[in-house]
Ligand binder design. Structure first.
Ligand SMILES: [Zn+2]
Ligand SMILES: [Zn+2]
Length: 206
């Protein structure tokens, strides 16, 4: 599997990940630049199977609608964050961000523990705390952690739907219990691994 990452240049500096295997591709958290991502997929002549969201915050789903529409693919997110979809247009106006439309939630990740999008296979970890519907995608030894775990930091839990107690539990039970060599690709900042975070993340001494 080839992994490409794109950092949105808007204020939120959100990471979008494009996963490629042969001619098939998947997007995780398409941030603010649909044209860039559409161009990338067209230039590789990839078949985009789906758009996945680690959670419903606007910086992670801004480009989801145009991508799903352009490539005729479904949008996956945990239904616990449905309220953020409903707020997307208002939030874009509030933060003066471009609004590209609200994606339709085709598959609710609350309904499964695994995701098979051949040739991609994920274990879904529901990790509430940053938001009620936050999930992490685990494939092999690679974890896409959204805003649950960052390098040497964690996501905030003071936004609506956030919960510090749940955040601590998610980190302890679902994330830090993974093998140390698990590579972590977060929603912001650079990649890390579980061993590094167990040792050096000041927020995970919980
Ligand atoms: Zn977030
Ligand atoms: Zn974020």
């Amino acid at each position: 599997m080839i992994l490409k990452s794109f950092e949105s240049d808007l204020v939120f500096r959100e990471n979008t990940y494009l996963l490629i295997s042969g001619s098939q591709a998947l997007l995780i958290d398409p941030g603010a630049d649909p044209e860039l991502l559409i161009g990338e997929i067209l230039s590789g002549a990839y078949n985009l199977l789906a758009v996945l969201a680690t959670h419903g915050h606007m910086d992670h789903i801004l480009a989801a609608k145009p991508l799903c529409e352009r490539f005729g693919c479904p949008f996956y997110m945990h239904g616990g964050d449905r309220n953020w979809l409903e707020e997307l247009q208002n939030m874009c106006a509030h933060f003066r961000l471009p609004y590209y439309g609200t994606p339709i939630l085709n598959f609710d990740l609350a309904e499964s523990a695994e995701l098979d999008l051949d040739p991609f296979h994920f274990k879904l970890l529901h990790t509430p705390g940053h938001s009620a519907g936050s999930v992490c995608f685990l494939t092999g030894d690679q974890l896409f952690s959204g805003d649950t775990l960052f390098r040497h930091s964690v996501g905030r839990s003071d936004l609506p739907g956030g919960d510090l107690t749940l955040m601590k539990r998610s980190l302890r039970e679902k994330i830090l219990s993974l093998p140390g060599a698990t590579r972590v690709y977060p929603g912001h900042l650079e990649a890390t691994d579980i061993a590094e975070e167990r040792k050096h993340n000041p927020f995970v001494v919980l």
